[in-house]
Design a protein around this ligand. Structure first.
Ligand SMILES: NC(=O)c1ccc[n+]([C@@H]2O[C@H](COP(=O)([O-])OP(=O)(O)OC[C@H]3O[C@@H](n4cnc5c(N)ncnc54)[C@H](OP(=O)(O)O)[C@@H]3O)[C@@H](O)[C@H]2O)c1
Length: 335
């Protein structure tokens, strides 16, 4: 049976996903027997397009590239109406992350489950703020709520724990979960001031005009909350995760660490002690011999401490249009 997809949000990730699906259509069918049709897209900037026989992906991508509104198969529907009215069986929720309320994405996910549709998302809002509620809703209806792209983009972190590491208990995890702050710290080690490094990160598109989500540690805190709830099967609230960013780190601190054979990293941690899970985000001075100390620039990494295998680490991209598009593809294949 062909997977029938609806996309909510057609920014970097939505377009990245369609580029991959278009390029790999034959390969996906030949290797995995995977067939798909994109029946709908809703985006506040591009409008809503719907055609139960399938949208023209090339035309959609052309509109995306030219930043022009959709011109074919138009509907006067918002995202919620598209989710409810379309005959899709999977909704890809790729709209903006809101770590205060999780909206409108939480409502998109709930509408999808109510309409009998699976949800695949890279949006941290629903995953960090309402994972347990949404997973229960999906489970009760025999549907999937898959969120690989919410932590370390396409680098398989959640699927690693659910798949190859199944059978191991994850006792702790420590990771570099935010590429922007790791890039800034790397540049500061090269002698740049915090302000110069932040400006460079903004020029390269790593940091937003308002960088607080990254530099204050809030983005990493969202990811740590997701990890705790998914990997350790708990119900941690984002406000229960202590959070300190990198804004207080000076060039003097960087020099001091260098002299001590160490390096500053913004570390997200979770650990289980006597069945209680605690989590935090804070800058730490790691000895250069530590596996996470060698992870430089915008790259992400995480080390899981397990009962049967000891430490297992994975290093990879934490952002990017194709990388995050891949996370959505891997969850679509899982369904
Ligand atoms: N890009 C990455 O590397 C990456 C990595 C991991 C996770 N993510 C997450 O993946 C999601 C998508 O990221 P992105 O980079 O593609 O973001 P993006 O480029 O900003 O695209 C999001 C799109 O969603 C649209 N949108 C906002 N509210 C909407 C609504 N209510 N209904 C329909 N569309 C709506 C936005 O329109 P306007 O611009 O007009 O608001 C925008 O076109 C985000 O939650 C992000 O945090 C991204």
């Amino acid at each position: 049976m062909k997977q029938r997809l609806v996309l909510v949000g057609f920014g970097n990730v939505g377009q990245g996903l369609l580029e991959i699906l278009l390029k790999k259509r034959q390969e996906l069918q030949a290797r995995y027997g995977y067939e798909f049709v994109v029946v709908g897209i809703a985006d506040v900037a591009w409008g809503t397009a719907y055609n139960p026989n399938g949208l023209n992906i090339e035309a959609l991508l052309k509109a995306g590239k030219a930043r022009q509104k959709f011109s074919q198969d138009l509907k006067e529907w918002d995202a919620l109406t598209l989710i409810k009215e379309s005959d899709a069986n999977v909704v890809c929720e790729l709209a903006f992350t809101n770590l205060q309320t999780g909206e409108p994405a939480i409502s998109h996910c709930k509408a999808a489950f109510s309409a009998g549709k699976h949800v695949v998302t890279s949006n941290k809002g629903p995953a960090a703020l309402a994972y347990r509620e949404l997973k229960t809703m999906a489970d009760e209806k025999g549907l999937r709520f898959l969120i690989e792209g919410t932590v370390m983009s396409g680098t398989p972190v959640l699927n690693l724990c659910a798949g190859p590491l199944a059978g191991c208990e994850i006792i702790a995890a420590r990771g570099i979960l935010n590429g922007t702050t790791n890039y800034i710290l790397t540049q500061m080690e090269g002698g740049m001031s915090y302000d110069e490094a932040l400006k460079k990160a903004q020029e390269l598109g790593y940091a937003e005009a308002d960088p607080s989500g990254d530099v204050e540690g809030y983005d990493a805190r969202g990811k740590v909350t997701i990890l705790a709830n998914v990997v350790m099967n708990t119900s941690l609230k984002i406000a229960e995760v202590s959070c300190k960013g990198i804004t207080g780190i000076t060039l003097q601190d960087i020099e001091k660490a260098k002299k001590a054979g160490s390096r500053w990293k913004l570390i997200g941690s979770i650990k289980k002690e006597e069945n209680r899970v605690t989590a935090s985000v804070a800058p730490e001075m790691l000895p250069l011999t530590h596996p996470l100390a060698g992870v430089m620039g915008a790259t992400n990494a995480i080390t899981f401490t397990t009962d049967l295998l000891g430490d297992v680490s994975i290093v990879g991209p934490g952002a990017g249009r194709t990388e995050t598009g891949f996370s959505i593809l891997s969850d679509l294949l899982k369904i």
